[in-house]
Design a protein around this ligand. Structure first.
Ligand SMILES: Nc1ncnc2c1ncn2[C@@H]1O[C@H](COP(=O)(O)OP(=O)(O)O)[C@@H](O)[C@H]1O
Ligand SMILES: [Mg+2]
Length: 216
């Protein structure tokens, strides 16, 4: 059996697997990705969050700042040395190439740092949190399974408004730029329903953790 066949069709745990299972965790903004990822981490999974890496790369002193400054100038760097996201968004508005140029700087750095952290992290399986996994269309560079955190769009909007203080219109515009709930569910191998109370997550996380770790 070749590697590609193994990844796509083998049981979750396979004695022939050459490396740890890599689960890609995704979901829309506010769906509960960070909340759920923390629960897998608490159970011993090797969890790496690409959003956290992106933030660190673009924080004051971050490894991507020099390249971003060279590409876009001082106007997109705040006084404290961090990427000015609002200024960047302004630039991207009306010039579609801006986002691509920013991604050309960030994505290879995020990929390299993700690989480094995954290799260093202990755990029976690994989990990579990738907010735009479905949108990227390439299964985020080779995850074995896609786990989608799902909740209704209305619930998503309420949670993001409560967390961030953004207006409903602003949250809706962010959602409009992401995959739809149906597109995400169509790409899912596994789904966690986060439409209810946080307490409803534990039993779902337990069941998937056992499967991913190969105990059930
Ligand atoms: N089941 C839930 N019930 C109520 N609030 C929740 C629930 N799950 C997550 N939250 C809250 O909603 C917000 C978004 O969750 P988060 O895990 O940060 O989502 P994401 O990482 O997908 O953007 C956070 O403030 C979180 O504490
Ligand atoms: Mg998050």
């Amino acid at each position: 059996m070749n590697a590609a066949t193994t990844a796509a069709h083998a049981p979750i745990r396979d004695g022939a697997r050459a490396r740890r299972l890599l689960v890609g965790l995704t979901g829309g903004i506010g769906s509960g990705k960070s909340t759920v990822a923390a629960q897998f981490a608490a159970r011993g999974a090797a969890v790496v969050d690409t959003d956290e890496i992106a933030h660190q790369l673009t924080a004051p002193g971050g490894a991507a700042i020099a390249a971003i400054r060279a590409e876009f100038g001082d106007a997109v760097i705040r006084a404290d040395g961090a990427l000015d996201r609002d200024a960047m968004r302004e630039r991207a508005f009306g010039d579609p190439s801006v986002r691509r140029r920013l991604e050309a700087i960030l994505h290879p750095m995020i990929r390299a740092e993700s690989q480094r952290r995954l290799a260093a992290a202990q755990g029976p399986y690994a989990m990579l949190v990738v907010p735009l996994l479905v949108e990227s269309g390439d299964r985020a560079g080779g995850v074995d399974r896609v786990l989608v955190i799902d909740c209704p769009v209305d619930v998503q909007i309420e949670r993001v408004m409560r967390r961030s203080g953004l207006t409903r219109a602003r949250v809706e515009s962010i959602l409009a730029a992401q995959a739809t709930r149906a597109q995400r569910l169509a790409a899912a191998d596994d789904v966690i329903d986060n439409s209810g109370e946080p307490a409803a997550l534990g039993v779902q996380v337990d069941a998937l953790h056992r499967r991913y770790a190969g105990d059930a």
